[in-house]
Design a protein around this ligand. Structure first.
Ligand code: AVJ
Length: 319
């Protein structure tokens, strides 16, 4: 029996819209009211984040810096000198300074989504370290970044401090680490991960007395006003941040204080009082949970360094 020949039928494949406006509209429409924390980091957000890092309650930066400075030479021994160093989310390029004199990389490629902020930080770093080749790369490392070709004879080493890994969902973290393991083949990843601890300490770190974290969270809406011409009333939202013990993560939300209408690029949304926009997860790890995750992603977990109070951990993961 003859069968009808197959015919090619044109199919419309919907391409999801990208960018801040589209993601914000999707988050407001739901059903999942969450948006990526990467949108915090315009120039103003990067400035506020730098202020957070200096807050008395915000222990991660200070603690990680302590670990990096105390063990930089030990880390360099493990990693090996003369690598091609790539930093994911380099921001102000301040932590890498603690490693440079010991690690002596051939080249430093800081990647960041906040281009202007990055360019300035990279220029400053180059002035301070004559002879170090600094090539800033503006881009979103959770998507695709185009890096210059690898340097011959210099293994590629990744630097991912700050427990930014905690901003991913577990599935996203695994996906990111898998990508990193491939890209860092023959080298490895130096990764900072915040540890599970007394919830009171965590709560204080994300609810500082000066409300800088609140301003950082609300900057998401301020940015929408600046960039997308939205008219969010920042006083009509409050900063909510709490530890979700079951998920071992800090969650940040922006909660509507009242029933209100908002608009993003022509699309209108009616928000109920108590409407909660989930803006960030900051997952906490144990040394073992992080090592298991890395192993699953294709790394060979190596040395781990922590502080005396075991607040924070830095992992060397071979790729
Ligand atoms: C960017 C992941 C280091 O989760 O602690 C600080 C961002 N959010 N205060 C974190 C953040 C609120 C931060 N990291």
């Amino acid at each position: 029996l003859a069968t009808a020949p197959l015919r090619a039928v044109p199919v419309e494949v919907p391409v999801p819209e990208e960018g801040f406006a589209a993601d914000l509209r999707r988050a407001l429409a739901g059903p999942v009211h969450s948006i990526s924390p990467k949108y915090f980091y315009d120039a103003e957000g990067s400035r506020l984040f730098d202020l957070i890092c200096g807050l008395p309650e915000y222990y991660p930066t200070r603690t990680e810096r302590g670990i990096l400075s105390a063990y930089a030479s030990e880390m360099a021994e493990e990693i090996g000198r003369g690598c091609d160093l790539v930093e994911f989310g380099a921001g102000s390029c301040s932590k890498v300074r603690l490693l440079l004199d010991h690690l002596r990389p051939r080249r430093y490629l800081p990647i960041d989504i906040s281009g202007e902020h990055l360019e300035q930080a990279a220029a400053q770093l180059e002035r301070e370290h004559p002879g170090l080749l600094v090539l800033p790369v503006t881009g979103d490392y959770t998507a695709q970044v185009h890096l210059p070709p690898p340097l011959e004879g210099a293994p590629r080493v990744g630097f991912f401090p700050g427990s930014t890994i905690g901003n991913f969902t577990p599935a996203e973290a695994l996906q990111f680490l898998r990508m990193a393991a491939k890209m860092l083949q023959g080298g490895g990843l130096l990764l900072g991960a915040d540890l599970v601890k007394d919830p009171a300490l965590l709560h204080a770190a994300y609810n500082d007395a000066q409300d800088v974290t609140a301003a950082f969270n609300l900057n998401l809406l301020a940015r929408a006003n600046r960039e997308l011409g939205c008219r969010f009333d920042l006083r009509a939202f409050w900063h909510s941040s709490f530890y979700n013990a079951a998920e071992r993560r800090i969650e940040m939300h922006l909660v509507s204080r009242k029933r209100q209408q908002v608009e993003v690029g022509g699309a209108e949304f009616e928000l109920e009082e108590g409407f909660s926009l989930h803006t960030e997860n900051s997952c906490k790890f144990t040394v073992d949970s992080l090592r298991r995750l890395a192993l699953q992603a294709g790394f060979r977990p190596g040395a781990v360094w922590t502080d005396e109070r075991r607040l924070f951990s830095v992992h060397w993961l071979r790729a």
